[in-house]
Design a protein around this ligand. Structure first.
Ligand code: FE2
Length: 302
């Protein structure tokens, strides 16, 4: 079994290392699914930005995304990973797999290591799917045949107290209700305006299993995060996910997936200056609750 995540110790300029070793790094990434660069000289967000430039692939901007997390840009390519409070656990997910627009890779950078807790759990979702298909073949067959739909409520203005508190104006990049509806129509979403000005949306049926070029399949979705975590003042996690046909995905359906994923999860315990590169199609990530300061920044690759 490949070491997971792959650890690449080093020193000096990580931007230069990535640009000189791009092919080898990409091969290692395909193999491991996640790489951690440790010991390099990455003292601040600007060096992190330069590191991403050194890697040399096109960025995927938060602004253009349909992400439901509240984030703040630090440099044009770098933003805070999620503004949700420290006590909030963010459960395993593939970045933005609950929308039709998602990045293929993610960079994370630890500027300030957490005092206690705050690891980034990582989980190979090809391994999860393999085990789940053995244990719950009917569930996996149904996910493959129907896909899944996600329902969430977007507030009228940003709510940084929630892991999915991004307002509908910001999420959809629109100024008013009419423009929001036009954008949702384009995306194939259905919607309902709520009395407090928030907006409940349900996606079109999105794939829940992804086939990779090399023939592997992965549990590429946000089922675990949506089922376990989309609870806030607006959203009921029991209504967050359905099969593509509209029937609910139950806790009985989800229990084996959650248990397998938990068992296969490896916590990345951050050290200041660490940079992680994650293949968003093979590896799920999350965030453990933490105490004290913690600053982990993110950047997405299109
Ligand atoms: Fe994420």
């Amino acid at each position: 079994m490949t070491e997971f995540p792959g650890l690449i110790p080093g020193g000096g300029d990580l931007a230069a290392f990535l640009s000189a070793n791009k092919r080898a790094v990409d091969a290692a990434l395909t193999d491991a699914g996640a790489l951690v660069f440790r010991g390099f000289d990455v003292p601040n967000p600007h060096t992190f930005d330069a590191t991403i430039e050194g890697y040399g692939e096109t960025g995927f901007t938060y602004e253009d995304s349909l992400s439901n997390a509240v984030r703040t840009n630090v440099t044009p390519r770098v933003f805070t990973a999620n503004e949700a409070p420290p006590s909030t656990e963010i459960f395993l997910h593939h970045e933005m797999a609950q929308t039709p627009l998602y990045p293929c890779k993610l960079f994370f950078y630890c500027e300030v290591a957490p005092g206690a807790g705050g690891a980034t759990p990582l989980c190979r979702s090809d391994w999860v799917l393999e085990r789940l298909a053995e244990q719950s073949p009917a569930f996996v067959a149904r996910l493959e045949a129907e896909g899944v739909r996600y329902t969430n409520v977007m507030p009228a203005s940003d709510d940084a107290g929630s892991g999915q508190g991004r307002s509908w104006r910001s999420t959809l990049s629109v100024a008013d209700e009419a423009a929001a509806e036009a954008r949702l129509k384009e995306l194939g979403y259905s919607w309902e305006w709520l009395e407090d000005g928030s907006l409940r949306v349900t996606t079109a049926a999105l794939p829940a299993v992804r086939s990779l070029e090399d023939g592997r399949t992965t549990f590429f979705n946000q089922l675990i995060a949506a089922f376990r975590g989309w609870a806030d003042s607006r959203s009921d996690p029991n209504k967050a996910i359905t099969f593509g046909g509209g029937e609910p995905i139950t806790s009985e359906d989800m229990a084996p997936a959650i248990a397998i994923a938990d068992e296969l999860t490896h916590d990345l315990n951050w050290q200041a200056g660490d940079v992680a590169l994650i293949d968003n199609f093979t590896v799920m990530h999350g965030r453990r609750p933490f105490e004290g300061k913690r600053r982990v920044l993110a950047s997405l690759i299109a």
